[in-house]
Design a protein around this ligand. Structure first.
Ligand SMILES: O=C(O)CCC(=O)C(=O)O
Length: 264
């Protein structure tokens, strides 16, 4: 899948690009069948939701799940990402982002932040030369906790006081966007909810300010994210492999039908 000049220009301006119907229902079914490998696996690095006890986030499924490894090497993710990063890329990170919709307890949201600040401060990624690609595993609507973004906010670079990213124990702490900064950014550019049917793919610049609210609907909202970084943008002190790749291997995409050909 090649992006057009118009799509690339939109990404440069907005810091995001949302494309519907990139993956088909049979391809999504392959991934759905592989989900328990993440949500029920002892290998998975899982963060659970404090309220519901359900899976909230899990990093590194490409390291042990063949279906999600294939997704991360899929040409429909890799080729556009190369165009957007304008370089050879490697797979830096993958993550499943679940928001259960149990109808009896809500799954929490995420505070406003930029992903690059974590990768820069915690892993030593030098430049914001990475793109985050989310595949919607479910229909995402305004009611099941969509990702919220401030379009164009990537153009302001890394926002916030780096000193606030160090906890009392000296450990890295996520840099949250201050309310006054958010007021300025959103006052200028507004806030957009990334909605679409299952199979939609969203490309986000790594400095795009984003967050989300809790899911109080009965519908699950699952996204799978792959992060592609320029190979010449090597992190100086990456965290463990499930968070940040230490081997910088330029990606060779698989065949377009790699998910459909996957035999469990
Ligand atoms: O899954 C969400 O709603 C937001 C997750 C997020 O902000 C992130 O992964 O950086």
């Amino acid at each position: 899948m090649q992006l057009s000049k118009v799509q690339i220009e939109a990404f440069r301006r907005e810091g995001l690009l949302v494309i519907p119907r990139v993956f088909s229902p049979p391809e999504l079914a392959v991934l759905e069948a592989a989900l328990p490998q993440i949500t029920e696996s002892a290998q998975a690095k899982i963060q659970t939701d404090a309220t519901t006890g359900t899976v909230r986030m899990s990093h590194g499924a490409h390291l042990y799940s063949e279906a999600f490894r294939r997704l991360c090497l899929h040409p429909r993710l890799v080729q556009p990402s190369r165009q957007l990063v304008e370089a050879e890329i490697h797979l830096y990170q993958s993550r499943l982002e679940m928001k259960a919709g149990l109808g009896k307890a809500s799954a929490r949201g995420w505070p406003w932040h930029q992903d690059f600040s974590t990768w820069n401060l915690a892993d030593g990624m030098p430049e914001p030369k990475a793109v985050i690609v989310f595949l919607f595993l479910d229909d995402v609507t305004v009611s099941n906790g969509p990702l919220l973004v401030v379009p164009g906010s990537h153009r302001h670079g890394m926002i916030g006081d780096k000193a606030a990213a160090v906890g009392p124990d000296g450990e890295y702490r996520q840099l949250i966007i201050a309310p006054e900064d958010l007021r300025d950014l959103a006052g200028r550019d507004g806030i957009a909810a990334l909605t679409g049917s299952a199979g939609t793919v969203a490309f986000l610049h790594c400095n795009l300010v984003h967050g989300s609210t809790e899911n109080i609907s009965p519908m699950r909202r699952a996204l799978f994210g792959a992060v592609f970084n320029a190979v010449d943008n090597r992190p100086t002190h990456p965290r463990p492999e499930y968070w940040a790749a230490s081997q910088i291997v330029p990606i060779r995409p698989l065949a377009d039908d790699c998910l459909l050909r996957f035999q469990r």
